[in-house]
Design a protein around this ligand. Structure first.
Ligand SMILES: Cc1ncc(C[n+]2csc(CCOP(=O)(O)OP(=O)(O)O)c2C)c(N)n1
Ligand SMILES: [Mg+2]
Length: 552
């Protein structure tokens, strides 16, 4: 029987609240318990993006949040729909991506009994969100929605969760119930005493170095950080989540730290007498890996430092990052060039460039990433997956601008690249979007190619094909000298591409990669490139870095 409705209900009010928050898309799968929301959405200008697995929806919302600074929204039905969201929601929460997840729920009249598909979802989402709410009264919808967005978007951003029981969603609300006004909160300025203390330490330090983290990107501080480094002659090491914090071709850029082995950057950090951590979050790269000596630490961020045994800054400059940098810069002075770091930089650049014309086959990961850089413009966006592929992206895909290489490195979740690339293309239809993924990570969310095809989001996916859980194999080889349970077979990726309306290419010789990438970005369909990679390079890198750590 068709339900008729004459007055505004809670679901309508929720959608009004989402509109007030500036929501453009909801990524999700409808279910029986959120029919009222779907009905309300039909009259709204918000676009519902129907996906093929709730995890895909959560990753799309996650990457939408990273790229825009506004919470991405994902939605699922109760029970299994909501549990399918969990991995992507946890990823956003750990990585500082603003995200609001909404799910259906059984009616409040059924929560005390054993009911079909009922789980206490609020309890399940609580540990992986900033706040989790169950709506139990229609007139609380505006407050709950505002709170969900406020806690998702404020520093450090993360995920929030709203559970809307089916009976509440259909209850009438007064026409006078309206959304609460959406407001941005701006961080305050740091105290002058903190600025003075930091400026003095920086001016007199013997070997200072900057460690830039993800909040540099979120707070739009990259340009100021670059000026700061240039004026004070400070080398800048960035984490995986702050690629582009300083252009990689800037003479003070020391590229990316954070791969599982000690690398060139470790040597600079080891020698430092002062580490200036800017927008750095300890989840990105554990202090135990870089703070082994007695270096002093200055923490510059909009949030106070998250303390641990190896991270107890002497000075905390807490306030809007660009403002703090500008004020410290005006008070500090340094004349000496960081010779040790600059010499290391020369070696890093030489090593990287030595792969530019390496035509050996299967393709070396370093060479594949140099070719990717050649086809990608300065503002185009790479979405990396997780695995050995990510280690290579971190080390050899260098960025000019913030938010042009998205890496999950808080929760570090496989399967983010393909759904993430869909969201990136929706947000930036004019840019080239490249998903770089391992073959295993690709298979974890490849169902979303149907979504990409349906939406017309044409991006390119480059699969590092090694028929293996490569990173785990690498770690087994490093720690045990052999590997087990990591190899598999792959489907024919070219046929797979064709079966979902995409174009598929297989790289048969290394010379073909660059022209294939160029051709792929001209296509009017999503493109999947199957690229066999030479992962003998993994253990070679281990040996090379071990030798280097002894030598430098
Ligand atoms: C969802 C998820 N499952 C498992 C892991 C642990 N893990 C990290 S990398 C990796 C292997 C990745 O294999 P693949 O995607 O083929 O990339 P490769 O390492 O071969 O480049 C695994 C299993 C993870 N990070 N995320
Ligand atoms: Mg693999």
């Amino acid at each position: 029987m068709t339900e008729t409705k004459t007055t505004k209900n809670t679901a309508d009010l929720l959608v009004e609240c989402l509109e007030e928050e500036g929501v453009h898309y909801i990524f999700g799968i409808p279910g029986e318990e959120n029919l009222a929301i779907m009905d309300a959405l039909e009259k709204s200008k918000i676009e519902f993006i129907t996906v093929r697995h709730e995890q895909g929806a959560a990753f799309m919302a996650d990457v939408y949040g990273r790229l825009t600074g506004k919470a991405g929204v994902c939605m699922a039905t109760l029970g299994p729909g909501a549990t399918n969201l969990i991995t992507g929601v946890a990823d956003a929460d750990c990585d500082g991506a603003p995200l609001v997840a909404i799910s259906g729920q059984v009616g409040t009249d059924k929560m005390h009994i054993t009911a079909h598909q009922y789980l206490d979802l609020r309890a399940m989402f609580e540990p992986i969100t900033r706040r989790a709410y169950t709506v139990v009264r229609p007139d609380t919808m505006p407050e709950i929605t505002r709170l969900a967005f406020k806690y998702a978007e404020r520093e450090k951003p993360g995920a929030t969760f709203i559970d809307l029981p089916v009976n509440i969603s259909k209850m009438p609300v007064e026409a006078t119930e309206k959304p609460l006004e959406a407001k941005d909160i701006l961080p305050e300025s740091a105290l002058e005493s903190q600025i003075e203390a930091a400026a003095t330490m920086i001016s007199y330090a013997k070997n200072p170095v900057i460690l830039a983290g993800s909040s540099v990107i979120r707070s739009h501080s990259a340009e100021m950080l670059t000026k700061f480094a240039e004026k004070l002659k400070l080398p800048v090491i960035n984490t995986m989540m702050s690629k582009g914090a300083i252009p990689f071709d800037n003479p003070y850029s020391m590229w990316t730290v954070g791969i599982p082995m000690d690398d060139y950057q470790t040597k600079v950090l080891e020698r430092a007498s002062l580490v200036i951590a800017v927008g750095y979050d300890i989840i990105e790269y554990a202090p135990a890996k870089w703070h082994l000596g007695n270096a002093d630490v200055i923490h510059i961020d909009s949030m106070p430092a998250d303390i641990n045994k190896n991270y107890q800054p002497q000075v905390e400059v807490v306030g809007a990052i660009p403002d703090s940098l500008e004020r410290i810069m005006a008070k500090a002075a340094r004349l000496q060039e960081p010779k040790f770091a600059l010499d290391i930089r020369k070696r890093m650049v030489e090593e990287h460039e030595s792969y530019a014309n390496d035509m050996s086959y299967p393709v070396k990961p370093q060479k594949a990433l140099i070719d990717c850089r050649r086809v990608m413009g300065e503002n185009d966006i790479v979405i990396s997956d997780v695995g050995a592929n990510k280690v290579w992206v971190a080390r050899h895909y260098n960025c000019y601008k913030p938010n042009t290489c998205i890496i999950s490195n808080g929760f570090a979740t496989m399967g983010i690249a393909v759904p993430g690339a869909i969201a990136a293309k929706l947000v930036n239809p004019e840019k080239k979007i490249l998903a770089i993924t391992g073959d295993a990570g690709f298979m974890m969310n490849c169902q979303e190619f149907e979504t990409a095809y349906r939406l017309g989001t044409n991006f390119v996916t480059l699969i590092f094909d090694d028929k293996s859980y490569g990173l785990i194999k690498w770690k087994q080889d490093m720690q045990y000298g052999h590997h087990s349970y990591v190899d598999f077979t792959n489907p024919d990726f070219v046929k797979f591409a064709e079966s979902v309306g995409a174009i598929g290419y297989r790289i048969e010789k290394t010379e073909d990669l660059l022209p294939t990438l160029t051709k792929a970005f001209k296509a009017d369909k999503p493109v999947i490139i199957d690229c066999p990679v030479d992962y003998r390079e993994n253990m070679k890198l281990t040996a090379h870095l071990e030798a280097l750590m002894q030598e430098i």
